[in-house]
Design a binder for this molecule. Sequence first.
Ligand code: DLL
Length: 439
Amino acid sequence: MSETSRRVELPNPLDNEETMSRDQIESIQLERLKDTLHLAYNKVPHYKQKYDAAGVHPNDLKELSDLSIFPFTEKEDLRKTYPFGMFAVPQHEVARIHASSGTTGKPTVVGYTQQDLDDWAKLGARCLRLSGVKPGWKVHNAYGYGLFTGGLGAHAAAERLGATVIPMSGGQTDKQISLIQDFAPDAILCTPTYLLTIGDAMQRKGIDPRSTSLKVAVLGAEPWTEEMRHELEEMFNIDACDIYGLSEVMGPGVAGESSERKDGSHIWEDHFRPEIIDAFDPSKVLGDGEHGELVFTSLTKQALPIIRYRTHDLTRLMPGSARPGHRRMGRITGRSDDMIILRGVNLFPSQIEELILKVPALSPHFQLLLTRPDRMDQLAVKVERRSDSSREQAEIGGKELAKLIKIHIGSSCAIDILEPESLERSMGKLKRIYDLRNQ
Ligand code: DLL
């Protein structure tokens, strides 16, 4: 189809599988799951060894619930087989490679066949459309391009939808602002904390973020809260929707949120089978509605079939709404490996974000600092005051925040009020926790 005819067909219709009923989805899931298990077992020696050692075989899967007998896949499996040991196709069939940097050790490397890239673009486009992005719109893409899946993944999604993509990538905030003013994009794709950085920088230049052409932001790659959604929607006068994904499973576009409902992201279950497990007792698969760790199995991926991948992201599954056949996931409340255990109390940065944004004098710019003076864990919340609040108002706000944290989370902590612009700004995924306890 030529570029022009694609544009004449606006608005593009929903694809068949997007609108399937739950029963139809589950029946194609079963078929695709069987194929994926066989593909992994026959083509990836690592899976064969693991399954032989566990005494399971792809033929053991008769119904969807049988998936729970298969061992999990962890980031460590990808590290052990670095770089290409998990690939199920010969290298010449791999059209693209991505990798996630990770903070320790080797990066995890993932690959895509041309068909995988095509599916990824289709699912990304579904997400953008659900979030209110329209074919023909100008879309400013500020996810980082490169080995990170954000930039190229969101780029292909917007192109597939029939939008005009502005491939800005992350960073160079001043240039981002000039392009937003000069090119007048309708939508922006970036991390929530980077959108905050852009809005902040605009305000410093005397530009009102509400005056830009932006109508929709599709934000993901890091946890964010409803309070942050509200903050960004007010700041820019936009609709802000969530998009979820991870490189080991595909990249951005595994799940996306409806701008009309803003009620969590629909997981595209014709391509992925999600499960929720008990993070502390992974042998327990939990029911819909129960909070636990998200696990994914790919159903159509050719280059890197991934079976029962432990994301370590904590959330719950809910029935579909805007797309009834596909279940939704709640917001990611945190990652099990990001959980801070402070004198026996478990807490996540997103809980602190939620509470900070309840205090009007405090801004969403914060960091968590963990130290261990005298063998006792201490948490300090470093948070900037809002520029339109006085130091005194912010100090009172800080006391209020300490109380809220004590009541809602159950820990005492120090609050350190900082002047605006003191903390490093996000350029993509923001690091919130600085743990100096073992130094
Ligand atoms: O962050 C893919 C992505 C790019 C998603 C752009 C959305 C937008 P990774 O670098 O592999 O891939 O990191 C994946 O990021 O396991 C979550 O912990 C976190 N994450 C991704 N999306 C969300 C979200 C990309 N919407 C890891 N909410 C995941 C909360 C998210 N956390």
